[in-house]
Design a protein around this ligand. Structure first.
Ligand SMILES: N[C@@H](CCC(=O)N[C@@H](CS)C(=O)NCC(=O)O)C(=O)O
Length: 209
């Protein structure tokens, strides 16, 4: 059984998407990041950077003590290696998948996070920052569009943890002031992932619990 420490945010949704897609049993624990659950000592013991998502795997493949993992990209890689799913063992496809997973973790996620911040949460308008992160958001959607012109999915012809890491950030495209009509390959990919039964279930469960 996997314990998942979760809030319904893009980074949180990555892990419910993976777990629903693969059918790995899990128990979802809500962390209310608006009221400070992420600073409680028992959560910091699992996630020292005080952020969701985090997991504890009570049945690691080595048969040893439970393993905890924080950082959504590391969690996706850990779970993919545990299950043998959504991360190819073939050298080139695996490299491509990890390359785009790291692209999401280091670029698409953080830059779009800044876009959300300066468009919706900053206590005062900062035009330079709004413009800077809007341009960077558009650039990154352009990079994703170019990649998706080549393949059905980000790392090739198979759905992978690179898609799972990226999709929840595209869900918020309207908040990022992005029109998917400007990026048709992204829009087609987005619609296909949205209609996967596991995606529908992951979002429904996350909103309920
Ligand atoms: N790089 C981290 C980012 C995680 C992250 O930013 N989590 C946010 C919610 S999406 C959070 O827990 N924020 C609480 C806080 O910063 O106190 C990951 O991908 O896991």
């Amino acid at each position: 059984m996997i314990d998942l420490y979760f809030a319904p945010t893009p980074n949180g949704h990555k892990i419910t998407l993976f777990l629903e897609e693969t059918g790995l049993p899990y128990h979802l624990h809500r962390i209310d990041i608006r009221t400070g659950d992420q600073f409680k000592p028992e959560f910091l013991a699992i996630s020292p950077n005080n952020k969701i998502p985090a997991i504890v795997d009570h049945q690691p493949v080595d048969g040893g003590a439970p393993v905890s993992v924080f950082e959504s990209g590391a969690i996706l890689q850990y779970l993919a290696e545990k299950t043998g799913k959504l991360l190819s063992l073939e050298l080139r496809e695996r490299t491509r998948t990890l390359e785009w997973l790291f692209w999401q973790m280091a670029g698409f996620g953080p830059m779009l996070g800044q876009n959300h911040h300066f468009n919706h949460y900053a206590p005062q308008p900062v035009p330079y920052a709004i413009e800077r992160y809007q341009q960077e958001t558009k650039r990154l959607y352009g990079v994703l569009h170019t990649q998706l012109m080549k393949n059905a999915y980000i790392a090739g012809e198979h759905y992978s943890i690179a898609d799972i890491a990226t999709y929840p950030w595209v869900v918020s495209h309207e908040r990022q002031r992005i029109d998917l009509a400007d990026f048709p390959a992204v829009r087609n990919w987005f619609e296909r992932i949205k209609n996967r039964p596991a995606t529908e279930k992951a979002y429904a469960i996350a909103e309920q619990k």
